[in-house]
Write a protein that binds this ligand. Structure first.
Ligand SMILES: O=C(O)CCC(=O)C(=O)O
Ligand SMILES: [Fe+2]
Length: 203
């Protein structure tokens, strides 16, 4: 794996066993085609999230697909429904599984409509993801920066741009020890779709 984007001295501090990165996992044509298809057809919703004691709209749109067609209530009282796989997402899942030897049964889609959309610092840590979740993240469209910071030492911070067609696999203790985010930007930006393939118990 070559993570040239974690530069110079900072790089050696970031544990290499927590990420796998493939810049051109999808060809430009594949990535553009999938982005346009999902923009048009996915069941995009804007959910709410709890911020301290306020309920606010999540600053992005989301949709779920997976092995089962199911509704569930998440910790923040949102009811989400999972759609059955569409062929494009199922074949992409199988391609990642074959190439890397992991298994997934669902995918969360995030749509960042422009530079004002974001995901705040968080860890993907829920019981239904298991102890050391492997999450495969495909980026489509606008390049956005993906930032990490150490959970117990916020000054330890790293970031890498995730371009169209790239694949980033998060694994090991990443969700235990590091938080991640997509920050808002002051620079005008086009749409980006991110797909995070996950293995979820009780999907
Ligand atoms: O958009 C991304 O690259 C990351 C999304 C994310 O962190 C999540 O859905 O948990
Ligand atoms: Fe996340």
């Amino acid at each position: 794996m070559q993570l040239s984007l974690f530069d110079a001295e900072e790089f050696y501090e970031f544990p290499k066993d927590l990420l796998e990165y493939r810049e051109n996992f999808l060809s430009r044509e594949e990535a553009d085609g999938l982005k346009d298809h999902l923009l048009k057809t996915a069941t995009w919703e804007q959910r709410t999230q709890k911020m301290y004691d306020k309920t606010v709209l999540t600053p992005r749109l989301t949709a779920w697909y997976g092995d089962q067609n199911k509704s569930y209530e998440s910790a923040d009282n949102n009811t989400s429904s999972t759609n059955l796989w569409i062929p494009e997402l199922l074949s992409l899942k199988e391609r990642i599984e074959k190439e890397f030897g992991y298994r997934f049964n669902g995918v969360l889609l995030n749509l960042y409509r422009d530079n004002n959309d974001s995901v705040a610092w968080h860890r993907d840590k829920e019981n239904r993801y298991g102890k050391r979740p492997v999450i495969a993240s495909i980026s489509l469209g606008q390049t956005r920066n993906f930032d990490f910071r150490k959970r117990d030492h916020h000054q330890s911070k790293y970031g890498l741009p995730l371009p169209n067609g790239s694949l980033l696999i998060m694994k090991g203790d990443l969700q235990e020890n590091w938080e991640h985010r997509i920050a808002k930007s002051t620079v005008r930006m086009k749409e980006r779709i991110n797909l995070t393939f996950r293995l979820i118990s009780e999907l």
